[in-house]
Design a protein around this ligand. Structure first.
Ligand SMILES: Cc1cc2nc3c(=O)[nH]c(=O)nc-3n(C[C@H](O)[C@H](O)[C@H](O)COP(=O)(O)OP(=O)(O)OC[C@H]3O[C@@H](n4cnc5c(N)ncnc54)[C@H](O)[C@@H]3O)c2cc1C
Length: 388
């Protein structure tokens, strides 16, 4: 049983109110904007940032909210009841701001963490994926030909970066990106890559395609293009050719927890919708909630949602205690759960379930994204490897 502190409860209440008052009213409207680059809304980001949601995971000694994993999961689940994609825009910053705090030099923290903390529009991202390097970055085979290949060549006190990154979260709105490059293509990923901090105003950097996703539409995913992009040597994170090791102090396990906590919020939203509809809709001479077939669906939704919540908070508490063993399994379970629960909600809504003005099918489209981040075959294999 996970114990929540008074501080956790304060954050949770603030997140609930923000989701209810600010996120929910704009969620569907933003989702339905056709142009993927126009779904984004700076106002909601600024408002959430002023409440501390953008900087919540930065340790207090560096001036952030200092939320532990249990607190982060609580906040994300509440925000995601309003909208998963808006939540993810904030929590994407949590991972990488934590990495700045954990792995960067004092000079880098001064140049990047301080402005991040002081600017409500300063968003973070990380670019690893390339056209021919997706799953191989996550579970690299022992092969020099696998993994990201974007080049970085040293030129005096600078490095020259060339290549493209795909599907990068916060790509078109980010101020600063962690970028994975291949600085020694003759060896495997863990030995021949260098991680750079690349501000979006670096010469030779530009944003390409903004991707048009079926779900999480508010969340900006973009192509990042580097054409003789120059960054100072002082922006190398950790050591040259040790880019993977530089992330050792990061919160990659948080990424798994994050997706599970957001799934809890989406399941809560689906449950709420399903109950309201089942109580309000009459068919067969009674409210449909009185039909056993509907009760069975509600029962399954409730059981799965509560199981996911329990697993998520147990895993968050374990992660706070330094044990991240179950994180990937949690993420896989979150994928299956969020997809099943949102489908059952759609089913309970009958025809309304597929009408675009209801927000029911939006949850199904949002849930589809989990497979491509959290629960594909590679992530399932990783969960087993954690046991071996
Ligand atoms: C919403 C969203 C946000 C994203 N954000 C970022 C980001 O911020 N930064 C970033 O760098 N990337 C990001 N990505 C990219 C994401 O990390 C990749 O899409 C993911 O790694 C999968 O790579 P891929 O799309 O190339 O699929 P592929 O690697 O081509 O995989 C295709 C299929 O083959 C399976 N497969 C591949 N290799 C194996 C194997 N060895 N064994 C078994 N099955 C295998 C996969 O499971 C999958 O089912 C994002 C993607 C999405 C959808």
């Amino acid at each position: 049983m996970v114990e929540f502190t008074g501080e956790h409860r304060t954050w949770q209440a603030a997140a609930r109110e923000f989701a209810e008052r600010e996120i929910r009213p704009i969620s569907l409207e933003r989702d339905q904007i056709t142009d993927p680059a126009a779904t984004f809304d700076w106002e909601i980001i600024k408002k959430g940032s002023r409440l501390g949601f953008r900087t919540a995971a930065v340790p207090t000694e560096w001036g952030g909210g200092g939320l532990d994993f249990v607190g982060q999961a609580l906040v994300m689940a509440e925000l995601a009841r309003g909208d998963a994609a808006i939540t993810k825009t904030f929590s994407q910053c949590w991972k990488w701001s934590h990495l700045i705090a954990a792995a960067c030099t004092a000079d880098q923290r001064r140049r990047f963490l301080e402005p991040f903390l002081n600017d409500d529009t300063y968003l973070l991202g990380k670019g690893g994926t390339e056209l021919h390097a997706g799953s191989d970055n996550r579970m690299p085979p022992d092969d020099p030909d696998a993994g990201w290949m974007m080049s970085a060549e040293r030129d005096g006190d600078e490095w020259i970066l060339n290549g493209r990154k795909h599907y990068i979260a916060n790509g078109s709105v980010g101020t600063l990106f962690f970028i994975d490059t291949r600085t020694d293509p003759s060896v495997r990923l863990s030995e021949g890559t260098t991680l750079f901090l690349v501000p979006s105003d670096s010469p030779g950097f530009r944003v390409g395609t903004v991707y048009d996703k079926v779900g999480w539409r508010f969340y900006q995913n973009a192509e990042l293009i580097f054409e003789d992009c120059r960054v100072p040597h002082a922006n190398v994170v950790g050591e040259v050719n040790r880019g993977v090791a530089a992330r050792a102090g990061d919160t990659s396990e948080f990424g798994d927890l994050e997706l599970a906590a957001i799934a809890v919020g989406v399941c809560d939203a689906a449950m709420e919708m399903a109950l309201a509809h089942a109580r309000g809709r009459r068919q067969g001479g009674k409210q449909i909630v009185e039909h056993q077939a509907i009760q069975l669906k509600l029962s399954e939704m409730h059981t799965l949602t509560e199981a996911l919540r329990a697993f998520t908070f147990r895993t968050a508490a374990e992660a706070d205690a330094g044990d991240a063993r179950n994180n990937v399994a949690l993420m896989n379970f979150a994928t299956d759960t969020v997809q099943r629960v949102t489908h059952l909600n759609m089913d309970i809504h009958g025809a309304l379930g597929v009408m675009r003005d209801q927000g029911v099918e939006k949850l199904v489209r949002d849930a589809a994204i989990w497979t491509h981040l959290a629960g594909d075959s590679v992530q399932r294999l990783k969960a087993v490897r954690n046991l071996l």
